[in-house]
Design a protein around this ligand. Sequence first.
Ligand SMILES: *[C@@H]1O[C@H](CO)[C@@H](O)[C@H](O)[C@H]1NC(C)=O
Ligand SMILES: *[C@@H]1O[C@H](CO)[C@@H](O)[C@H](O)[C@H]1NC(C)=O
Ligand SMILES: *[C@@H]1O[C@H](CO)[C@@H](O)[C@H](O)[C@H]1NC(C)=O
Ligand SMILES: *[C@@H]1O[C@H](CO)[C@@H](O)[C@H](O)[C@H]1NC(C)=O
Length: 482
Amino acid sequence: MISQTMKGHLILLNILLLFLLFPLCIPSFLQDQERDIIVELPGQPSHVDFDQYSGYVSVNQQAGRALFYWLVEVPKSSGPESKPLVLWLNGGPGCSSIAFGAAEEIGPFHIQPDGKTLYPNPYAWNNLANLLFLESPAGVGFSYSNTTSDLYTAGDLRTAEDAYVFLVNWFERFPQYKHRDFYIAGESYAGHYVPQLSYILYERNKGIQNSSINFRGFLVGNAVTDDYHDYVGTFEYWWTHGLISDSTYVTLQALCDFESSEHPSKECEDVLDVADVELGDIDPYSIFTPTCNKSAAESHRLRGYYPWMYRAYDPCTERYSKVYFNIPEVQKALHANVTGISYPWETCSDIVGDYWADSPRSMLPIYRELIAAGLRIWVFSGDTDAVVPLTATRHSIDALNLPTVVKWYPWYDDGKVGGWSQVYKGLTLVTVRGAGHEVPLHRPRQALVLFESFLEGKAMPSKNKETRLWETHTSAQLHASE
Ligand SMILES: *[C@@H]1O[C@H](CO)[C@@H](O)[C@H](O)[C@H]1NC(C)=O
Ligand SMILES: *[C@@H]1O[C@H](CO)[C@@H](O)[C@H](O)[C@H]1NC(C)=O
Ligand SMILES: *[C@@H]1O[C@H](CO)[C@@H](O)[C@H](O)[C@H]1NC(C)=O
Ligand SMILES: *[C@@H]1O[C@H](CO)[C@@H](O)[C@H](O)[C@H]1NC(C)=O
C-alpha cells in the first residue's frame, strides 16, 4: 500500500518531470513530424498497417515556395525501420506525383470511380520500401508559390534545386531516415528530374563520409533521356507500329530529329500535328488498350498540340483523383492547401507545363558521370508506350556505348515472360511486356518484381522464382480485393 503522502509525492514528481522533460526535451522535429501524421484519409480501407505523413516543406523563404510531400511507410509487420527510402517523381512537366504515382501506380490506395472511396493496391511498392511522393515543382498539385510569376518560369534547373532543398529540410524533419539507403525513382519527364537531382546529391555528397542523405542510385521508366535519340526512336516506333504514313515518317525525321523535345520549331510542331491526326483517337500512352470514354469536350482539351510529351497517361482514373483530392476533408486530412491556393488541385498544371523554361537536350552526360561513380542505375520501359517508347530508350542507352555484362534475355514472372533485360556495365535495362507509359498501372505485378530486383541489386529473374518476398504478405489482401 502506498500512503497518501507518498502518492502526493509521486504526483508531484510526475508533474515536475513533465515540466522538466516536455518543453525542453521534445525536439522540434518530432513536433513537426507529429503535425504531419495522417490519422485517416476519408474513404480509406480499414486495417491499414502502415504510417503515413504529409505536409509542406518550405524551399524558398523569399519567394514563398513550399513543396508538398506524402510519405507512405512500409507496413509495421515488415519492419519499416530496416527498409530503404525511395523518392518517387512523375513528369509532365507539370504533373503530380500524387495524381499518378501515388493514386494510380505504386501507392497503397487507388481511388474508386465514385471519387470518394479508396481501395488497397496489393502491388503497392511500400510493401518493399518507404515511399516519398513529392509534388514538384511549385505550382504542381498542392505545391505552391506565393510569387505567382514562379509558375510561369519553372524549368529543370529550379526544379532540381528546389527538390534538393526540400530533401535537406525533409531529412531534418525525419532524422530517422538519415543514413538510410535512399533511391530516387520516376517516369516520363522525370527522366530529367531524377538524374538531375541525383547529380546534385552526388556532387554535394562528394568527400563526405557517411552522408546523412545516403544516396545509392536511381530507377527511371519510359524516361525522356536524350532529345535526338528519343526523337529518332519515337518516330521509328510510330512507323514500325503502323501508326503513321511513310511520308510523315520521312518528314518527321527531316524536320524534328535535331529539335528540342520541349521547344521544337514551328515546322517540327506542324508535322507532329500531322502525325497526331494519323495516330487517330488511340491512347498514345498505351496503344493497344481502349481510351477512357470521355465527353467530347474533355477529350479535346486533353489532346494538346503536342500531347505525347506533355501528359502522363490519361485513363479514367485521372478523373477520380481530380474529384478526390479536391474534397475539403481530404485536403484537411492531408494537411494540404493550408494557405488557400487560388486555383483547384489539378493532375497536371497547364501553366507550369506550357511555360516550361530550361530543358537540356540530353541527360547522357549525367548518366556517364553517375555510372562512373558506381551508383545503381536502372532504366525500364513499358513496350506499348508510343510517347516515350522503348526504341527511344534503346537508342539513348546505345549512345552510352556501355559494355554488356549479361546479354539480352527474357525475364520471367509466374512462369511467363514479363519482358526482356540486358545488363550493361553500370546500367540495367528492363522492358515490361505489354505495359504502357505508366508501367505499374498496366503491369502492377511485373512492376513490383522489377522494383524488388532493383532494391536487391539483382538481375531480373531468368526463370521462375520460388516465392517472392512480398507474395505471402500481399496474397491475403489480393484475394480480399478480387
Ligand atoms: C505564403 O503566404 C502565406 C500567407 O501569407 C503564408 O502563410 C505562408 O507561410 C507563405 N508560404 C511560404 C512558403 O512562405
Ligand atoms: C553514420 O552515422 C550515424 C550517425 O552518426 C551512425 O549512427 C551510423 O552508424 C554511421 N554509419 C556508418 C556506416 O558509419
Ligand atoms: C461512351 O459513353 C456514352 C455515354 O455514356 C455511351 O453512350 C457510349 O456507348 C460510350 N462509348 C463507348 C465506346 O463505350
Ligand atoms: C484550396 O482551397 C481553396 C478554398 O480555400 C479552394 O478554392 C482551392 O480550389 C484549393 N486549391 C487546391 C490546389 O487544392
